[in-house]
Design a protein around this ligand. Sequence first.
Ligand code: NAD
Length: 493
Amino acid sequence: MNLKNYIGGRFVDGEELQKEGVYNPANGEELAKVPLSTKEEVNQAVEFAKKAQKEWAKVPAVKRAEFLYEIGFRLKEKKEHLAQILTKEMGKVIEEASGEVQEGIDMAFYMAGEGRRLFGETTPSELSNKFAMSVRSPVGVVGIITPWNFPIAIATWKSFPAIVAGNTVVWKPSTETPLMAHELGKIFDEVGLPEGVVNIVYGTGPQVGTALIEHPDVKVISFTGSNATGSRVAELGGRHLKKISLEMGGKNAVIVMDDADLDLAVEGILWSAFGTTGQRCTACSRVIVHKDVKQELEEKLVSAIKELTIGNGLDPSVKVGPVINQQALEKIHQYVKIGLKEGAKLLTGGNTITTPPYDKGFYFEPTLFTNVQPDMIIAQEEIFGPVLGVIEVNSLEEAIEVNNSVKYGLSSSIFTQDVNKVFEAQRDLDTGIVYVNAGTTGAEIHLPFGGTKGTGNGHRDSGQAALDVFTEWKSVYVDYSGKLQRAQIDTEN
Ligand code: NAD
């Protein structure tokens, strides 16, 4: 299948454009060809988006929201079909793929509800016969840049709040996962979203991403991806005075205290560390464990990890799918070698799997290190694969300090039965998300999603907070006194 950009409400073939293969990471099968667009296609898409935005902003928010309800119902109808494509394209196991589509459905209905909210404020004026309020206005044309690891959910986190608030969108998906973008594009088309409200332009970051960021008519860039790319996006966007929202990497930890339910902790750790083959921004890659329960926890973890079935995620018995591509496989292996060199000890895993039937895909053994020190490279950098390291601590205070010693601040978790420890931890863990007696992953779409420190730049996806990215505050004063009333001066009258 030759994918086509979706510009101005039409799927347009850029025949002259270079094309790149899209491959199933489970077996190397070519699934499609994706166009590598140029600045020209971005300019066309922005032109349509700009034209559409003037009219779209005038459509009552309640009516805009009706499109989102329709999109939500279509996503629901197609859930299993979409999950199958997602697994083929990206590798995550079918149950998780289905959960990811559900996130899109949830976001559609949640943001559709915003059509009847989009709350502003009314406040008393300091002057008589004067009315004061603030309202949200759309920003204009929004540029969205998304990664491959959540190819549909993240697109919905960004595009749905953007459009309900009256913006129009030009979206650049990852070239690794354009099929999910194509499916979402088809749904936008099927529900009759007015032409130009959402446009999809495929291509590389340096070409399409840069053109989007530099375009004078694109007012906001909402980006999710790695820190290396995010800082480039911020730098370029800053030069063009763009509003830039960045959601980037994580180095997330589960803390296990000496009073924890260890079996529950093992389940939470396994789900967080090896779900999506460790390729979540919220993946747990560090276990920070109290010394008194370290050995028992490690024994339980090793035997549970050995039980994990590895393979093609379409097989419902598989728990760990492939990683995205050869480059990722090599990077993960490299980190394992670094860990060994740094003095960490492998308890299980540590290798790529190359025996048939795994030889055609990109598989890495679920891996557990022990004797990891907090300052080791494997305890500091985002590995983005199924590699977990155990760090021993003596107290809650030390655990929190170790958790906070990384440059990232996305997600953290603590397993304990002690309510005092729970509250101390949720106060002091320097992350945007904290879980208690659950792993580091499992965000729900109606709360803010994002992180502190190197994970982001202060914005949030999801929840009400997402609306702040896609709206400007406008303060409106209506003076119905019939005379000039000067603020701060005529207040005695
Ligand atoms: P990436 O940074 O390589 O790519 C992300 C997107 O940016 C892609 O669409 C890519 O084409 C584009 N891009 C690349 N170079 C660009 C440039 N110069 N200008 C503009 N755009 C450019 O990330 P990835 O490998 O696709 O995704 C994995 C990363 O995303 C991990 O670091 C992960 O933690 C992070 N992530 C974060 C969150 C979050 O919400 N915090 C969620 C999911 C993934």
